[in-house]
Design a protein around this ligand. Sequence first.
Ligand code: URA
Ligand code: SF4
Length: 225
Amino acid sequence: MTLSTEVRRLKLFDLRDRALVCTKCPLAEHRTNVVFGYGDPDADLMIVGEGPGQREDEQGLPFVGRSGQLLDDLLGEIGLTRDDNTYIGNVVKCRPPGNRDPRPDEIDACADYLRDQLRLVDPKVVLTLGNFASKLLLRTDTGITRLRGQAYEWWGRFLVPTFHPAAALRGSARVLEEMRHDFGLVRQVVEGTLRRSAEPADTTSTEPAPPDAYVDEPDQLDLFG
Ligand code: URA
Ligand code: SF4
């Protein structure tokens, strides 16, 4: 079902109102602000990060710290901005204290919001940043280093897993180059020029086949259930 921009916007506002008072998991106790998400309700690209850091918690907006600057730069290189044709969300909406990893019960508690954001924005491509978002959405234990580098068909759209920008800030130039490659895949989906992955470039890969988990199967609807 295709929703009008106005309906998407209103439903996202409703969802945000609910998240702003949410106490479904222990992260509620420590937060300054709930970081619900930001962007264009009609976006072709939805970006999914891990969870708010200190700056995001202070401002109530996603990716406003150093990782966010790098994210903006990478988006700019593919002709996008966070205000136009992009929507940014996180796996958990409240900051884990001391930037610890989100726990499984917290991820489960928060997954309804992410699922509804994905359904409402209904993007052409989802870009997952880092292990948490990538493993959750692709339902796999495979790490991001192995997962990244390709676009997966996912729920009638594409999903491109890549490193978290914090990894590029900490890591080598290679991490950044690999992120650029992955952002290039995003650009191709948005522009409608992506070649199917079954083509020669991929059949020569020595990597094991991706886990079945990515296959678009009805029982995966409970991913965010
Ligand atoms: N890192 C994330 O994963 N999300 C943010 O919103 C900011 C930093
Ligand atoms: Fe609610 Fe998600 Fe915040 Fe937990 S992290 S309190 S589930 S909004």
